[in-house]
Design a protein around this ligand. Structure first.
Ligand code: ADP
Ligand code: MG
Length: 378
């Protein structure tokens, strides 16, 4: 077997990828102040003790034009909304309650002020719906529109829900249903496409665009379902209420939790690796949104494959001992929370230096190892 080449100083980032790069950065750091830093890098958010059992949750996520959104396929309000919900979802994934955000904004000098107004309308809308206040930020000129948000939350006396607590025998569950963001992106690519014109014209068109404008671009035969998917891609919603409910369960809380941000395949793997366990997931038990099932049929793609690779879902992926499941489901029902679906189970512990793995049982019964199938930054 060929020995694996260790990433040296002359390697490009594209060879090691996003996760390799993060690993390389974090390799050189370890938490020194364990009394204050309860959870360091590696989970959805860091957790910092702040006296008398209180703790803060801290996370950051950035949206960059050309990487996370295109001018032709987005509108300023949606970009602002998503920049907030991406962060609040990580607060939720730890079981936290959002307190507020700081927003660092980079815009070209020629961007219409109306676009910035609409971007902040999206920010304000997301904060009113999901919690938290605007606490501050920074404003700079940049070539491409960049919006970097950091969110802070509290744990309200509950234990943080980590990626690392999954144990053999646990059920593997997910809230809600998956697939809309990925299908929405496919539709934007197919029916909205790229527009010509200068950068100035592109910025002007972006500034004037509203969410509803996308509806008319989708062929009438799949308009309703298609627009539901596009909407979810552009304005995803985090599971704040469900996360709090899960964190509040005294002896019924999940053993591990992560939000679905890179795609179920990738996030299952993150959870398996962090917990050093093997996970088995049944493709036919992955909950797929009805709009995705119908649209996928018309487009001739596999709905469950769309659901497995769909990123920016912001549903919660969690493991829980099966004995706790009925109580958890009842509690969710009582509060009018979304559904919780069991897709698989934790089948064993990873041994020695081998990382955790995820096996997918396909609809036709075949088994395959799931790898990172999420969005590739590099
Ligand atoms: P998420 O999808 O939940 O936002 P990421 O995959 O972006 O998480 O990051 C995984 C972990 O690595 C997080 O704990 C994050 O804080 C940390 N991380 C990511 N990028 C960096 C970086 N450039 N420097 C330090 N830590 C980082
Ligand atoms: Mg996350």
């Amino acid at each position: 077997m060929k020995p694996k080449r260790r990433a040296g100083g002359n390697d490009s980032v594209s060879r090691i990828g996003e996760f390799g790069l993060i690993e390389r950065i974090l390799d050189k750091f370890s938490v020194r102040n364990r009394r204050s830093v309860l959870v360091g890098p590696g989970d959805d958010a860091a957790v910092i003790a702040c006296g008398k059992g209180a703790a803060l949750v801290l996370t950051t996520d950035m949206l960059v034009e050309g990487t996370h959104f295109r001018l032709e396929w987005s509108c300023p309000e949606a970009v602002g909304f998503k920049a907030v919900t991406a962060n609040l979802s990580d607060v939720a994934a730890m079981g936290g309650v959002p307190v507020g955000i700081v927003v660092s904004l980079g815009v070209p000098a020629s961007v219409p002020t109306r676009a910035v107004d609409m971007l902040y309308r999206g920010i304000s809308g997301a904060l009113s719906r999901f919690g938290g206040e605007l606490l501050g930020g920074d404003t700079v000129r940049s070539e491409r529109i960049t919006i970097s948000v950091a969110a802070v939350g509290t744990l309200a006396g509950d234990r943080p829900l980590l990626r690392s607590g999954a144990a053999e025998g646990d059920a593997v569950c997910v809230t809600g249903s998956l697939g809309r963001p990925e299908l929405g992106l496919m539709l934007l690519r197919k029916f909205v496409g790229r527009q010509g014109g200068s950068r100035g014209q592109g910025l002007l068109a972006w500034a004037g665009r509203r969410m509803g404008d996308f509806e008319g671009r989708i062929p009438s035969a799949i308009r309703r379902d298609g627009y539901a998917c596009v909407r979810r891609h552009l304005m995803p919603e985090p599971r704040m209420m469900e996360a709090r409910l899960l964190a509040r369960q005294r002896d019924g809380a999940p053993s591990a939790m992560i939000d679905v941000s890179d795609g179920l395949s990738s996030d299952l793997r993150q959870l398996a690796v962090a917990s050093s366990v093997h996970i088995l997931v049944h493709e036919d038990r992955v909950p797929v949104h009805a709009s995705v099932v119908r649209s996928a049929r018309r487009l001739g793609v596999s709905a469950s494959r769309v659901a497995l690779s769909s990123g920016e879902e912001y549903e919660l992926l969690l493991t829980v001992p099966p004995s706790r499941l009925p109580r958890l489901k009842r509690a969710m029902q009582r509060l009018g929370a979304g559904s919780l679906t069991v897709m698989g189970e934790v089948t064993g512990r990873a041994r020695g230096s081998r990382p955790g793995t995820v096996t997918l049982v396909s609809v036709d019964g075949r088994r395959s190892r799931l790898t990172h199938k999420g969005f590739k930054h590099f």
